[in-house]
Design a protein around this ligand. Structure first.
Ligand code: ZN
Length: 453
């Protein structure tokens, strides 16, 4: 199908930050064939099969969510106020009671929410990630997907003990590599596999080394949570005899093909390691703010580190992440212009594309790139006047303002409604799965949060 959106405000997010107003985008066979001033583009493509009059609309690249656990949406309304009890009191124990079917249903919900919020690409990390792949294929979004590896015994971790289990490692590595063999490059290339140990303290040295070797063998990228608490720092020293960043570096988890997530508990030497190795950072300011911590995103950027944005978990509106990137940077720097709307939009698009190694394919609206884009209706409450479309996007837009979303030229959201799946059925299945999983959780752990005994 060919499609022309004309008379719109087009935010290209190219290297110069070009905005065409009025602008047009012409899409054919899944790619952006033309983008520029509206009259000129429209004249060149008068035979487009579908023409959208974009008056009052803003077209922007699809958002790239560089860090997600869609199944963790099950913790919505339970983890936000749980502080650092969340990993050991909620996340690890839930993994022991949640079924594959629960995960598939709840994950599907968050993929739909993200799509509805303009997110066209997600890096998704989860136990049993493969259960989500058929839904991703059907929904039509782009996703890097990684089996979350963690060979430390979860029940021991609840008690603060770290026991590594060779059998668990072997099973997880088999799942991760099996997933890569079955799904990497599938769904017309929209699904890619990624190797994803959870964090340095829940993986043995052996697991990290095997994970790096598997990534190299299959040509996959890697990601890990890093620099997320003092507890992690101290525990890494205790169980591995090295700081978490050094341990990651020594076992293949810093480098140009690695996305380090969070990095909000970092010292100068940690930042040096990220910069020197060319690692990318998935900055999750909204989630981090809920834990009372802010990563030094400005310092990362100053040192030449690519910073992408991630929603992490529980949340559904990516515009809140973009806003948080700005507000958190300004609080961190105690400076009212520390990070600007254009910076945040760049991080939410090209930053994510670079982190995922997809900067030549997605992240900006440029000729030849894949047609991953969103169109927002700015004739809306909260978005008038439109004196600066980028500031309105970063500070005032919400998921509800997204009217159309396209991936690979296929329209997945039209008129604000998800077209590729049944939204109401997805919501109902997720609600059922959540009730059933929390029922089992509370029975096993005696309440809504597992306590170390
Ligand atoms: Zn995470």
């Amino acid at each position: 199908m060919s499609l022309l959106i004309k008379n719109a405000t087009v935010l290209t997010v190219d290297a110069k930050g070009t905005i065409y107003n009025p602008g047009a985008v012409y899409v054919e066979k899944g790619r952006i064939v033309d983008v520029g001033p509206s009259d000129a583009v429209a004249a060149r493509h008068a035979n487009a099969q579908r023409v959208i009059d974009g008056r009052g609309k803003v077209v922007a690249p699809g958002l790239v969510n560089a860090h997600s656990h869609v199944g963790f949406t099950i913790f919505r309304g339970r983890s936000e106020d749980a502080g650092f009890n969340a990993p050991t009191g909620l996340y690890f124990p839930m993994a022991t009671v949640m079924t594959r079917e629960d995960r598939a249903s709840i994950g599907a919900l968050n993929y739909v929410e993200l799509l509805r919020s303009g997110v066209t690409t997600t890096m998704e990390l989860e136990e049993d990630v493969e259960v989500l792949a058929p839904f991703v294929e059907k929904l039509g979004v782009r996703s890097a997907m990684g089996e979350l590896l963690s060979d430390a015994d979860p029940d021991a971790m609840v008690k603060g003990e770290f026991k590594f289990d060779e059998k668990a490692n072997a099973e997880q590595m088999a799942r991760a590599t099996g997933f890569a063999e079955r799904w990497h490059g599938k769904a017309d290339g929209r699904i890619t596999a990624i190797i994803a140990p959870n964090m340095t303290i829940s993986s043995s040295r052996e697991q990290l080394r095997q994970a790096r070797a598997a990534a190299d063998k299959h040509g996959l990228r890697l990601t890990i949570h890093l620099g997320w608490s003092d507890f992690e720092k101290k525990t890494a020293k205790k169980i591995h005899g090295a700081g978490s960043f050094e341990f990651a570096r020594d076992n293949g988890f810093l480098g140009k093909d690695v996305v380090a997530t969070h990095c909000y508990v970092v010292d100068d030497s940690d930042i040096d390691l990220l910069a020197k190795t060319g690692s990318h950072v998935a900055h999750c300011p909204l989630m981090n703010a809920f834990r009372g911590l802010i990563a030094p995103a400005n310092e990362f950027r100053k040192r030449g580190i690519n910073v992408a944005l991630g929603i992490d978990n529980m949340f559904a509106d990516f515009f809140d992440v973009i806003r948080s990137a700005v507000t958190c940077a300004r609080i961190k720097m105690a400076h009212p212009t520390a990070l600007m709307a254009t910076d945040a939009l760049e991080m939410a698009t090209m930053g994510g594309a670079r982190a995922m190694g997809l900067e030549k394919e997605i992240g900006s609206l440029e000729k030849g790139k894949r047609a991953d884009l969103m169109m927002m209706d700015y004739n809306a409450l909260g978005l008038i006047p439109t004196l600066d479309p980028v500031q309105n996007l970063a500070y005032h837009a919400h998921a509800r303002d997204v009217e159309l979303v396209m991936v690979d030229g296929r329209i997945l959201v039209d008129g604000g409604e998800v077209k590729s799946v049944d939204r109401k059925a997805v919501i109902a299945e997720a609600a059922n799965a959540s009730n059933s999983a929390w029922g089992r959780f509370e029975k096993k752990y005696g309440g809504p949060i597992a306590k170390a005994s």
